[in-house]
Design a protein around this ligand. Structure first.
Ligand code: GLN
Length: 561
């Protein structure tokens, strides 16, 4: 059977958390730079049908695709490295696969057969790999199989990949990302765990074609030879991947060991000469290292309580979006995390609002639930009154509207139905068609998820930002943008006129005019006081920063001056 499409399966050896996602993204970016059309696919072996129900403190940010699928944050890395949108078919969980097979069984789709993991689950996985290739019309699909070799959870996926290699030996490559410890007591890089991981992979009937050797330090030739011999690979197929200052240097570093050339050879593909190359990427990666001037940006959130680790994971797309726009403006953003609970309740007595003055800009990112809300509202009020650039993302926009309603319109009881259903001024409320779903306990189904359009009002800060050329999100000729959503509540249509009369402009609205997408104060009133109902951070890319983040940071630079 002929297949034509090429697949690269990336698996983890030894342990997780050593950069398999970045390795996958980097391989994709390099092959794309050669001129191939590439899509990346993430396999998460857990039983959740999607990532939407997972707590960001435990699992990190939930990333949202245009299709509305809620995924693991790796999908964000993929889109950022590839600089393209991925589809709902580029994400697979065990939950999705099993749900599909079990539902098909209940619907008598298997013609009375005994339904089993092999072949039915395995073949459903293969179907999904192939569907993703087809939907993307790509030349190459790079599949990252979550977890590490030896996990029970991912065995079916590796088995599916093995079968594809048997069927299409020239079209499938395996890459193992492994870790080589350098124990301090020994001071020597140890290769045994990697050899053992490879043996485990072999026991599934698969050999790696390439081993990416993650370590603190670069790998010397001697070690490469040792691994090559014990893993039955040519020495060039061992790629040294030491810790480096910036993840954006990873593809550049891989290329030093010719990874893309080797992959093309394994996949029986001729090198192309017409690709865009990685010049632009190198330029960006250099700016990351070389930028010295700083900006102080505060993020006011509540998912900080288990230390820095949580911050970087729960708000990863926001942090990335800030980076891309700030590098574009020749600045390095220093992020300060503010726990909103420090600005409410008993803490208010000692709360240091003046400390906020030292920030060049303040962001309130997305969030859910009641805790920390009054603190966020207090900070937003301060930012508005003291004219500190403020950028509200989703919840951050809803709270900005509530703050304005309370303190400018004088609706002291203004609130969102998420916090107080009995408020006499529900400026943020649930839309009627969602109420029914919530009453049925269908919380997932009541969210507005994925890409929706918004029409921009001419002459506003938002309109001007989206007119900039080289950005990830541009308005079309009808002044319409597409942005990704993940929320349940909306600005209540009953209050729109009152709020606008009081000076807050809704500069982006759904094309039918019912849903408020962007709120802002005019520039002559405040240098930057803007919030979006959508999540602009999901569209920010290294080579195409998001126009609203750029506009916000520009205002922050002006403040610093
Ligand atoms: N909790 C708010 C809502 O559901 C905002 C969600 C968010 O910030 N992603 O509407």
């Amino acid at each position: 059977m002929k297949n034509n499409h090429k697949y690269i399966f990336v698996v983890g050896g030894v342990m997780s958390g050593v950069g398999k996602g970045i390795a996958t993204s980097s391989i994709g970016a390099l092959l794309q730079a050669k001129g191939f059309s590439v899509n990346l696919l993430k396999v998460d072996p857990y039983l959740n049908v999607d990532a939407g129900t997972m707590n960001p403190i435990e699992h990190g940010e939930v990333f949202v695709l245009n299709s509305g699928l809620e995924t693991d944050q790796d999908m964000g890395n993929y889109e950022r490295f590839l600089n393209r949108d991925l589809t709902g078919d580029d994400y697979i969980t065990s939950g999705m696969v099993y749900k599909h097979v079990i539902e098909a069984e209940r619907a008598l789709k298997y013609g009375g057969k005994c339904v089993e993991a092999i072949p039915h689950i395995r073949d459903e996985i293969i179907n999904r790999f192939q569907k993703s290739a087809k939907v993307n019309k790509s030349d190459i699909t790079v599949v990252e199989i979550g977890g590490t070799i030896g996990d029970y959870q991912n065995i079916m996926f590796i088995e599916a990949a093995r079968v594809m290699k048997v069927k299409y030996p020239n079209d499938v490559a395996f890459v193992m990302v492994s870790f080589l410890p350098v124990p301090h007591a020994l001071g020597e890089m140890k290769s045994k765990p990697t050899q053992n991981a490879l043996r485990q992979l072999n026991s599934y009937g698969v050999n790696a074609d390439i081993i990416i050797a993650r370590s603190e330090v670069p790998m010397d030739h001697r070690r490469k030879e040792k691994i090559a011999v014990s893993c039955s690979l040519p020495v060039e197929h061992i790629i040294s991947a030491p810790d480096i200052e910036s993840v954006f240097d990873v593809p550049i570093n891989f290329e030093k060991d010719n990874i893309s050339k080797i992959l093309l050879k394994i996949l029986h593909l001729k090198d192309k000469k017409n690709g865009p190359g990685i010049g632009e990427w190198i330029k960006f990666a250099k700016s990351v290292i070389n930028t010295k001037d700083t900006l102080d940006i505060a993020i006011v959130g509540k998912y900080f309580n288990t230390g820095d680790f949580v911050l970087t994971d729960a708000y990863v797309s926001v942090l990335e979006a800030i980076k891309y726009s700030s590098y574009k403006l020749g600045r390095k953003a220093k992020i300060h995390t503010i726990n909103s609970r420090d600005y409410e309740g008993d803490a208010l007595k000692t709360a240091d609002f003046k400390a906020l003055d030292k920030f060049d800009g303040i962001i309130v990112p997305g969030g859910f639930g009641e805790s920390g809300i009054e603190g966020k509202l207090a900070v937003i009020k301060y930012a508005r009154e003291k004219k500190i650039p403020y950028f509200g993302l989703c919840y951050g926009m809803q709270l900005m509207v509530i703050e304005y309603a309370r303190n400018v319109l004088g609706l002291k009881d203004a609130n969102t139905a998420e916090i107080n259903k009995n408020s006499s001024a529900l400026v943020i409320d649930i839309m009627p068609d969602q109420k029914k779903k919530i009453a049925e306990g269908n919380y997932g189904g009541s969210m507005r998820l994925g890409a929706y359009s918004a029409h921009l009002q001419k002459g506003t800060i938002a309109y001007n930002a989206y007119s900039s050329r080289r950005s990830s999100a541009k308005a079309d000729k009808n002044d319409v943008i597409q942005e990704r959503h993940r929320h349940r509540y909306e600005v209540n249509p009953e209050y729109i006129k009152k709020i606008e009369d009081a000076g807050l402009i809704f500069s982006g609205k759904s094309p039918n005019g019912i849903l408020m997408e962007i709120a802002e104060l005019p520039k002559k009133v405040h240098p930057f006081f803007l919030g979006t109902q959508f999540h602009p951070e999901f569209l920010a890319r290294p080579l195409a920063p998001h126009p609203l983040f750029t506009a916000f940071l520009n205002a922050s630079i002006d403040r610093k001056k």
